[in-house]
Design a protein around this ligand. Sequence first.
Ligand SMILES: NC(=O)c1ccc[n+]([C@@H]2O[C@H](COP(=O)([O-])OP(=O)(O)OC[C@H]3O[C@@H](n4cnc5c(N)ncnc54)[C@H](O)[C@@H]3O)[C@@H](O)[C@H]2O)c1
Length: 241
Amino acid sequence: MINIALVGYGKMGKMIEEIAPKEEFNISGKYDVINPVKEHLKNNTDVAIEFSTPASVIENIEFLSSKGIDVVCGTTGWYNKSDVVKDIIKKNGTGFIYASNFSVGVNIFFQMVKNAGKLINNYPQYEILIKETHHTRKLDKPSGTGIRTAEYLLEGISRKDSFTSDSAEPAFNEINIISERITDVVGKHEVEFESDADTISLIHNAKSRRGFAEGALLAAKYIKGRKGFYKFEDVFSELIK
Ligand SMILES: NC(=O)c1ccc[n+]([C@@H]2O[C@H](COP(=O)([O-])OP(=O)(O)OC[C@H]3O[C@@H](n4cnc5c(N)ncnc54)[C@H](O)[C@@H]3O)[C@@H](O)[C@H]2O)c1
């Protein structure tokens, strides 16, 4: 049994609570802006799952780690401070795992994209395009997942060395990422390999936040009692064994 503290009890915190299997996880505390973990932490916590805000995440990590609690971090927007977080984790000798996208399906999609890039490298007749579609409340574009998709393709395709966004005329060496914002789309990412003869597509289409929550729980099992700073993508294949 893993005792979990939900640090940030918004859409993601609630989804994790809803799907966490009772025989494996005990939700031992729920904390948010009006019930801060720093003031109200209960003793029986093995792992904290942190989905709060960019403004609060570093302070939360620092506090949790100082209490010997391992952290799964889903909050985004702190990656320019990753050296600070690495130092905190090292100093306290705890475990930390993070992802900008905890979705199990997206991480499977990334593996497929990576392999597809290596394969398409041998076939110069194919042009490469990424499309990402999200709800209209999403402010950033291209999406972080769209950018990561481009990075995986660039690792394998030698005729491409950078990506561009919403370009009407991408250069030969660029992969174009087209962004669309449509009401009620949770998140769709698509890679198209197009030749004069045909189109080959890889698509990930999220139906809800459930996939993120499942990945965060997998990460909680992985990080409990483990020391060090981990990126979910890097240990994903080990995680799903
Ligand atoms: N990594 C992923 O897979 C993934 C998936 C979805 C969302 N996210 C990110 O996770 C974060 C949360 O997403 P959400 O959709 O649950 O947001 P949300 O707005 O629904 O919830 C945020 C919660 O954080 C709480 N909060 C604010 N300040 C806090 C503090 N000091 N301590 C503890 N809690 C505090 C708020 O009260 C609220 O309950 C965002 O950064 C979002 O971009 C990441």
